[in-house]
Design a protein around this ligand. Structure first.
Ligand code: 5GP
Length: 200
């Protein structure tokens, strides 16, 4: 295994936006990238229910809608969006800035609406959208995770189709990577990051 690479030194860290539909492999690819570049995941706040496997403050900050509104009013979010009907998600800005100042890579796993806001407020971010090899394959992957009801799977699939369409809006994403083969997709994402950190 190669030793982790530190992104920025004097130049500050790197804000990496990684988006893509549910089931595309964002989490796996994100973890591989963070290990390689010694980066950190940004922990989002959400109003959705915590699942049994999730830990508050680690996977998300699970907060009420009233708290979420307070956080918006207090200007605590770098971006925030209603990702599913009635469910809010947002990136707290303070921890992101703290890590960037330390020269680290900070990974935001956020949807297209959030990516669009970050693109506007932090134009120097690096944004990558992960695509499935085909919509049929994505549907198959969502089914095979077997962690949700058929209704939830179909809801995620419909959202995924919308998300892929929305990602095509010009100016939001710098790169699109197809996750056909996992290790090839990881290599490609790492190559994109390296070329941003060390432009030739
Ligand atoms: P899940 O509920 O499956 O953990 O996440 C659902 C979706 O919400 C994912 O596509 C993820 O990218 C998006 N998401 C998670 N955190 C944030 C956030 O802070 N902001 C935005 N805009 N989207 C988020």
């Amino acid at each position: 295994m190669t030793s982790p690479t530190q992104p920025g030194s004097d130049a500050g860290g790197l804000l990496l936006v990684l988006s893509g539909p549910s089931g595309v492999g964002k989490t796996t690819i994100g973890h591989a990238v963070l290990e390689h570049f010694d980066g950190v995941f940004s922990v989002s706040a959400t109003t959705r229910q915590r699942t049994r496997d999730e830990v508050d403050g680690v996977d998300y900050f699970f907060i009420s809608e009233d708290e979420f509104k307070d956080w918006i009013e207090q200007g605590r979010f770098l971006e925030h969006a209603q990702v599913y009907d009635g469910t809010w998600y947002g990136t707290p800005s303070a921890p992101v800035d703290e890590q960037l100042e330390r020269g680290r890579l900070v990974l935001l796993d956020i949807d297209v609406q959030g990516a669009c806001q970050v693109r506007n407020s932090r134009p120097d971010c690096l944004s990558i959208f992960l695509l499935p090899p085909s919509e049929e394959e994505l549907h198959r992957r969502l089914q095979s995770r077997a962690r949700e009801s058929q209704e939830q799977i179909e809801r995620r699939f419909a959202k995924a189709q919308k998300e892929i369409k929305a990602s095509e809006q010009p100016g939001i994403y710098d790169h699109f990577v197809v996750n056909d083969d996992l290790s090839a997709a990881i290599d490609q994402v790492e190559k994109i990051i390296r070329s941003r950190l060390h432009p030739s």
